[in-house]
Unconditional design. Structure first.
Length: 56
């Protein structure tokens, strides 16, 4: 979903001098990056939890 929105914003932003469009694109890119980091952290936490419960 973030990828689709980012593509749409890129289409609007390409050739646009509107500052708010470019700012929105930058914030969306940051959100995309942070959601990827959050997914990695959740995966790590899940792995650690599974390892811990297996060890019990």
């Amino acid at each position: 979903m973030l990828d689709e929105l980012r593509c749409q914003l890129w289409q609007v932003a390409s050739g646009s001098d509107q500052v708010h469009v470019r700012q929105a694109l930058g914030r969306l890119s940051l959100a995309h990056e942070k959601s990827g980091e959050a997914l990695q952290a959740m995966t790590l936490a899940s792995d650690h939890t599974r390892d811990y419960t297996t060890a019990l």
